[in-house]
Structures are given as C-alpha cells and as structure tokens.
Design a protein around this ligand. Structure first.
Ligand code: UN1
Length: 473
C-alpha cells in the first residue's frame, strides 16, 4: 500500500487538541465520528492493563478460549447486517463485498476457535539416555496490532483471533478512516472476553508508535514505508514483528485461457472495491495471441462494470477512500492511452472515479513501479510465458499473481520463476483463503506469514522442555 495508507490525522479539534475524524467516502459531509486522539500515554496504559490480564486468560484454559472465540463468531454473525452497513458507510465498501467481508470475519473467529485444542507442541526422544523432550507453544504476552481501513473487520479479526487463541491479550490501533468499524467490533468482541483482554485504541501515528514501543509482538498491515519503519523499531526492541504492505500484482493471460472468464476475473480484481486492496490487479500481461481478444473483452467488461453507490448491492466499484486517493488516481492515468475509464464524474458528492484500463505504457512509467491503490491497470503484451514472468517480477513488490490458462502443465510447472508469495490460477488476484498463509516477497511483506496455522506460530514462541528421570535409590 502506498503512502496514502499511512495514518491521516486531522490536526486539531475545536478545543485545539489533536482530533480524529472519520467520514463517508460516498458523501464526505456525512461524519461518522469525531473524537480526540487518545495520545501515547493511553496506549501505554492499555498495554499495561492487557499485560496484567493476559496470564489469567492463558490459565483459563483451552476450552474457555475456544468458547469465547466461538461466541465472538456467533455475535459477529448476529450483527452481520449492521456491520456490513457500517463498512459501506465508513469505508465505502460496496454492500455485496461488505457482506462477504463480514461472513469471512465470522469464519475467521470460528476457525481460530478450534485452535486452542490443537497440539501445542511435540514429544521427542532424547538423543541419549532416558527422559523426554517436549516443545510447547507459549504466548508472547500483549500483541500490538496496527490495521488498515480497507478490510475494517476481517484484518483486525485475522490478527486478533489467532493471537487470542494461543493466549495473548490484544491491543489494536485501527486506521483512522475505519475507527467506527473497529470500535463497533470491539464492543462485540469485548462482551465475550474477560475485561482488558481485547482493547481497541483509536489514533494516528503517535498512538501507533506508542503501541510498537510497548507491545510484546507487533503485526502491521499498511504502507511499505510505515511497515518498514514499524518492523525496524520492533526489531530494535527485540520483539517479533510481521508487516503486510503493498502490491503491484499482475494477471498473466495465456492464449489457451477462456478469455471471457479471464476478463471477468481480472475486472473484479481491478475494479472491485475500487482497487483498494493490496491484492488488486494493476498489470495485465497478455501472452502472444491473447492480446487482441483480451483487450476487447476487458475493455468491454471494465466499461460496463457496475460502479457507483456502495449501498447498492449490484455495485462492484464504489468511491475512493478520500480526495487525495482520487487525485492520485487521476494523476496516474494522465497522458496515457485509455481503453476504458480515465474520467471523473462531472458533479456530486463522493470520491468516485471510473475503472480504468490503459495501454502502451513505457516500462519506466510510475504506473509500472508504484502502487496507486485505485481501480486502474495497464495492459502489457508479452512474447511468451517466460517473458510474462519477467514482466511480472520486474517490480519492487511480490504479493500475488493470477494466471489464466487451461494448461495444467503451465499451472504446475511453468511458474517456478515467479517471485510472488501467492499464485492464483483462473481466479482473481484479490480474495484470500483465511486458513492458509498470506504474504509475499520483496516490498510486500516482512517477517512470518499471517493467517492459518502460520499465525498461531507467529503469536507464540516455542519452549523446549528437557525432562530427565529423577535419581532413585
Ligand atoms: C483480499 O484480497 O481479500 O490489505 C484480502 C489488503 C490485504 C488483504 C487482501 N492485506 O488489501
């Protein structure tokens, strides 16, 4: 994610104190909340309170943790329509996608509710003599989570649920733009957990820094610049850290692909939620004869993709998060040959822009090197698969690649040289399976993977026990 995904602090409130404002991107006059920034001391306090209760949460046992996480899943499910509507209003996520995010959030809590009963280590024979060797997963203490606005319920949940499952307490600092969603999620979660085990502390850079300087483990999703600074700071303190950052993902289309299906998947990955996902597609690489039919199908699909009011269940592409994001998008298409989009609505509130496809983009153009975080992609020709892989790898990011082909050999054996952490065959680049590891290479990710069992390992350390038999007489 680019620098715009960093914290956005409104300078001051009416009393002159630092303030945080969250607005509806479809109607910026609609203010969801305006609250004072809590400040660094409030974060330090929350971490101290969390540290004080974490041992009780751990000693409460596996069944209690499992039941609590399961109860959160049920409570999120019961609040699903309200949570989806809140995500639509606060971060402009189209309703159908917001509903899917809530469903994913329920599944995440349900999945991690099983984790407390999973084996927490292994038994080994000693190398010599009698006795027993054991490994056992132990929580770090307080997990500090810093989350972005674009998945305001799912990302906080996929970080918090595994952290809690293995016995940590959690302090979460959400992006300012998603504060209302995070506070509502906190109300729901807190009802099912012992007091102090899960705290949401709104804020900006000051609060984020304070959390990184106090937590026992840090998980971050946001811009590459901030993620690297967070990782360096956490490393300097000697606490475990993971950072999920940007993407500049390619879709590779082979001539044997079902071009209509490929165009539909790629359109979803370019225009879905106005491209505001680190997994969105921003480069479409057409191999050989795929170029002409794909250009036609993709142009048509992007011109007709349902765009507009995020509250309409048919909408795929809603507004950009704020004015800066929309301006950045408009600057990105400036001067490029446009096949679809490249326009802003003439009037009306909301940070809307048309889903855009451009071509004939020079290799050194910023669009091919920097993440825009908007509904725009470049169509690029490639001579063959090897060339397409070289183009795919030619960016500073390495998150996900989608590959569209009917050939199993290409899918299984032709993609070894790809340097992205995830490869999705005949599927959009966006969308993840919450029970598998998520992450990439280069500037996309730092540290251990998120999600699935990988997350359980990240939120714990491993203790090795050596049990020797007592001397008997
Ligand atoms: C998805 O593609 O459904 O912040 C999830 C992001 C990613 C999550 C993408 N970490 O956009």
């Amino acid at each position: 994610m680019t620098a715009h995904r960093t914290d956005r602090d409104d300078p001051v409130d009416l009393t002159g104190a630092p303030a945080l404002t969250s607005r509806n991107p479809a109607d910026p006059a609609d203010v969801l909340l305006r609250i004072p920034m809590p400040g660094a001391f409030a974060v330090a306090d929350a971490v101290e309170r969390a540290r004080a209760v974490h041992t009780g949460w751990l000693r409460g046992g596996a069944a209690a943790r499992s039941a609590a996480l399961g109860a959160v899943a049920a409570a999120v499910e019961a609040a699903a329509p309200e949570l989806a509507a809140l995500a639509v209003r606060e971060v402009g996520k189209p309703l159908t996608e917001a509903r899917a995010e809530v469903a994913r959030t329920v599944a995440i809590w349900r999945y991690y509710a099983q984790a407390p009963f999973e084996p927490a280590g292994a038994v080994h024979e000693p190398a010599a003599g009698a006795g027993l060797l054991l490994t056992r997963r132990r929580p770090h203490g307080v997990a500090g989570l810093i989350t972005p606005w674009n998945f305001p319920l799912a990302i906080p949940s996929w970080k918090a649920a595994p952290a809690l499952a293995v016995g940590n307490a959690v302090v979460l600092k959400p992006a300012p733009e998603a504060t209302a969603c995070a506070l509502r999620l906190a109300e729901i979660v807190q009802k099912e957990l012992p007091e102090g085990v899960f705290t949401v502390l709104p804020g900006g850079a000051t609060e984020g820094n304070a959390l990184v300087s106090a937590a026992d483990a840090v998980s971050f999703t946001g811009s590459t610049a901030v993620g690297r600074a967070v990782a360096a700071y956490a490393m300097a303190r000697g606490v475990p850290v993971q950072a999920e950052m940007g993407g500049l993902n390619a879709a590779i289309v082979l001539p044997d692909a079902d071009i209509g299906q490929a165009a539909a998947h790629i359109t979803a990955a370019i225009a879905g939620y106005a491209g505001q996902k680190c997994t969105a597609t921003s480069r479409v690489v057409a191999v050989g004869d795929a170029l002409d039919p794909l250009r036609e199908a993709l142009t048509e699909a992007l011109r007709t993709v349902p765009a507009g009011d995020p509250a309409d269940p048919a909408t795929v592409c809603g507004p950009l998060i704020d004015e800066r994001a929309r301006d950045r998008l408009a600057a990105a298409w400036e001067g490029l040959p446009t096949l679809a989009g490249g326009t802003l609505p003439a009037a009306g509130p909301g940070w809307y822009a048309a889903p855009t496809l451009v071509e004939k983009v020079a290799p050194e153009h910023p669009l091919l090197h920097e993440e825009v975080f908007g509904p725009i992609a470049a169509l690029l020709p490639a001579d063959d698969l090897a060339h397409a892989v070289r183009i795919t790898n030619s960016v500073p990011y390495g998150l996900v690649t989608s590959v569209h082909t009917a050939d199993l050999n290409t899918a299984l054996h032709g993609l070894d040289a790809l340097d992205t952490g995830m490869v999705r065959i005949n599927a959009p680049s966006s969308g993840v399976d919450f029970h598998l590891p998520f992450g990439g290479s280069k500037e996309s990710s730092l540290g251990p993977r998120e999600q699935g069992r990988a997350a359980l390992d990240f939120y714990a350390t491993s203790r090795t026990y050596t049990l020797s038999p007592a001397e008997t007489t």
